[in-house]
Design a protein around this ligand. Structure first.
Ligand code: 8Y7
Length: 284
């Protein structure tokens, strides 16, 4: 399976790594715009060096309880970074946004994928994504979320989380395709932690294989999520091991792209998984 991301392509016959590039001010010291820009570029360069296959550039914190960011602020955070990365590196770029204006500007700056945690439900987002898809073949990741980032963790509830998330994603894929986005350019994501309890997240991870019956690539984000701390009942020192373990479990269950903060450690885990798989296809 090959995913086209505007002018770049990604072979998904083995699991790929999406490196998280946060362009939110709270992830840096308050050194002003240039320092934030510079620090973002260096962080991206390091993740590429460590084996990231895509860089996900985000300017809006979507963590539970986060305040919303204005369009202008988000544009100022992500567009210069995407432009610079597109100029300097060959790696595909995605933009983590739900806003139509940011989708348009990011695509013009060189982003090859839109990663929308709201699955194109915000005003104008569907049309903006369809437009940049038609113009330059931009791919779209549709993620499931119950509720909104501000309130989603208050009381997540499902009859059958696996089925409901799947039905939502297939329905959003259908809406996207009707708007003119090719099925082959869509990626689906169950949205771990977005309106889900630990139990919901574990059910989704356990049953990730249900997506294998569909032709869409699957992206998962489990890196540094609250479920790790809740299950391990320990503090941040266990986050790395927890994140890498969950990325590996997801890859083993068929995830095509894992969205992670710790690229090097994840790349090592996936290399070991690949060695295991390759060994079986080698004649003895
Ligand atoms: C995810 C994501 C976040 C995820 C996709 C965090 C932007 C919260 N999580 N995008 N974004 N999937 N596609 O903890 O799971 O990284 S933000």
């Amino acid at each position: 399976m090959i995913l086209q991301l505007a002018d770049k392509s990604l072979d998904l016959s083995q699991p790929r790594i999406m490196g998280v590039l946060n362009c939110t001010p709270d992830s840096f010291s308050d050194g002003g715009r240039y320092q934030e820009f510079d620090s973002a570029l260096r962080h991206a360069a390091q993740m590429i060096e460590e084996g990231a296959d895509i860089i996900d550039v985000g300017g809006e914190s979507t963590r539970p309880g986060s305040p919303e960011v204005s369009i202008d602020e988000e544009l100022q955070r992500v567009v210069p970074v995407i432009e610079a990365l597109h100029r300097e590196f060959d790696v595909p770029l995605s933009v983590d946004t739900s806003k139509a204006e940011v989708m348009l500007a990011a695509a013009a700056a060189g982003a090859g994928m839109i990663n929308d945690v709201a699955a194109l439900r915000k005003p104008g987002a569907l049309d903006a994504a369809a437009l940049v898809h038609r113009q330059s073949g931009v791919a779209v990741c549709l993620m499931h979320m119950q509720g909104t980032p501000r309130t989603m963790q208050e009381s997540p509830a499902y009859q059958n989380v696996v089925n409901e998330v799947l039905q939502f994603l297939l329905q959003r894929a259908n809406v996207a395709e009707t708007a003119g986005i090719a099925a082959s350019s869509l990626v689906l994501d169950p949205g771990f932690g977005f309106g889900k309890t630990v139990k919901h997240n574990l059910s989704l991870l356990h049953h990730l294989g249900v997506y294998a019956d569909y032709t869409y690539p699957i992206l998962v984000g489990l890196s540094r999520k609250a479920m790790i701390k809740k299950i391990l009942a320990s503090d941040s020192s266990e986050r790395l091991i927890g994140s890498v373990t969950l990325a590996l479990l997801a890859a083993q269950r068929g995830a095509h792209i894992v969205r992670v903060h710790d690229v090097k450690a994840t790349a090592d885990a996936l290399t070991l998984l690949q060695a295991l798989i390759n060994n079986e296809s080698d004649p003895v």
